[in-house]
Design a protein around this ligand. Structure first.
Ligand code: 4HQ
Length: 247
């Protein structure tokens, strides 16, 4: 899978050289090509931005410069994404569907953004990484590359994808490693028992509790078993009156 990134700040993408994404690039599982939009300025001063028609604070990136940068990497099958808080919010389902594309072109705005005409001309989809304002689209582009690359063939071992947060619609259960005793805190006994059925139930319950407390809206979208529902009913009751319900 190939990512072309159109940006005024290619040096901001250094973090992608580390760890799993760095290894995936070296192993040719993914390709990340950084294109400096400034290289496509025709101006003798390499100017890429200008003031905004109609007035308003700040500068906008000029459409012709972005268009020429785009044309240097364009392909018929590429999907072009503009990172912007106006887009639909990125979620794990979207990440998985983007991972099926073979070529993504990521357009990063900076300053007040980019002239709307070139966005209308080249962009297939606007994506936001969340409801807060950043100084540019570079960090959102890195978030997208990181999350999508995990699904590219050969980047992760498939086991790691199975139990993580969101994979079953719930938040992930807590995990523990050695030592068994840390600062007076013992690893939950059931995890040392070797009783697989009990361990599975313990983890499921922890996932349910965490999701209920931190992200209750996620519970509306998952299939709950009779046991799941009983566990949650009991939790709510405990929260209300402090007592554990006996059936
Ligand atoms: N920006 N998710 C403004 C974002 C953003 C976000 C990127 C700031 C685009 C022009 N992008 N520039 N949140 O805040 O994607």
């Amino acid at each position: 899978m190939k990512f072309d990134v159109l940006t005024l700040f290619p040096e901001m993408f250094k973090p992608l050289e580390e760890s799993i994404i760095g290894r995936a690039t070296k192993n040719k599982k993914i390709e990340i090509n950084l294109v400096n939009i400034r290289d496509y300025s025709k101006d003798k001063h390499k100017k890429v931005d200008d003031t905004i028609y109609g007035g308003g604070a700040g500068m906008l990136i000029k459409p012709d410069v972005v268009y020429d940068a785009y044309k240097s990497v364009a392909s018929e099958k590429a999907k072009v994404i503009y990172l912007s808080p106006k887009g639909k919010t990125l979620c794990q389902d979207k990440v998985e569907s983007l991972a099926k594309e073979e070529h993504l072109i990521l357009l990063c705005g900076h300053y007040e953004g980019i002239d709307q005409r070139v966005i209308d001309k080249i962009v297939d989809e606007e994506i936001s990484i969340g409801d807060y304002v950043l100084t540019g689209g570079e960090i959102p582009a890195m978030v997208l590359i990181d999350s999508v690359s995990r699904y590219a063939q050969g980047v992760l071992n498939n086991e790691s994808i199975k139990d993580e947060s969101f994979s079953n619609g719930l938040l992930e259960y807590p995990q523990y490693t050695k030592p068994e005793l840390f600062e007076n805190m013992k690893v939950p006994e059931v995890l040392l028992s070797g009783h697989h059925k009990n361990i599975e139930r313990f983890r499921r319950n922890k996932s349910l509790e965490l999701t209920y407390r931190n992200r209750p809206e996620l519970l509306e979208k998952v299939e709950l078993t009779k046991e799941d529902k009983e566990y949650l009913e009991n939790l709510k009751k405990e929260d209300n009156d402090g007592y554990i319900k006996i059936n």
